[in-house]
Design a protein around this ligand. Structure first.
Ligand code: CA
Length: 188
């Protein structure tokens, strides 16, 4: 499934340009021109990433980013801030508000797409395996593990090792325990 990107930008020409490039890059794109619309879209379905303009009429994108960060449902929502303010203080404020990345205007739409791809990739890598089933999926009874949808060709012991690690992705196993567990499993 392609990732869904929400672009929040009040200038229609910029919104259109960025969304066009992101669509070409294979993403599903939604556009909101104001904070209220953006909130509605996110309340309805959580996008995979938000490209958020800083200067929006009514309420700044920065405030919106902070609100999303403080709500449990949206606190992990990846955000890339877009802004015409390029100085260091604002960059720090943007990152403080919880933005995952920050792009100063003027930017090229291709750069935005590249950053989107980078942030999504970084998140996929850093997410715990159990919360990110699209990275690894396991069919234990059939002894099949897939990685990004592709079936891994594994020996029995490799399968048991990976299975043990995937079942408790946050646990650190001492080597001997791992050997014991796999050995016991292999005897079954
Ligand atoms: Ca704007």
């Amino acid at each position: 499934m392609p990732a869904t990107i929400l672009i929040v930008e009040d200038e229609p020409a910029i919104a259109e340009l960025v969304s066009l490039h992101c669509r070409h890059a294979g993403y599903t794109v939604k556009v909101a021109h104001a904070v209220l619309d953006a909130r509605d879209v996110v309340d309805e379905t959580l996008p995979d990433l938000v490209v958020l303009d800083w200067m929006l009429p009514g309420q700044s994108g920065l405030v919106l980013a902070r609100q999303w960060r403080s709500a449990s449902r949206t606190k992990e929502l990846p955000i890339i801030m877009l802004t015409a303010r390029g100085d260091e203080v604002d960059r720090v404020a943007g990152l403080d508000a919880g933005a995952d990345d920050y792009i100063a205007k003027p930017f090229s739409p291709r750069e935005v797409c590249a950053r989107v791809r980078m942030v999504l990739r970084r998140i996929a890598r850093s997410a715990p395996l159990s919360n990110n089933p699209s990275v690894f999926t396991m069919n234990e009874s059939h002894g099949i593990i897939t990685f990004y949808g592709e079936r891994l060709s594994l020996t029995r012991y490799e399968f048991l090792l990976l299975k043990t690690l995937l079942n408790e992705p946050l646990r650190i196993f001492p080597r001997q325990l791992l050997m014991d567990l796999i050995w016991t499993d292999a005897m079954d």
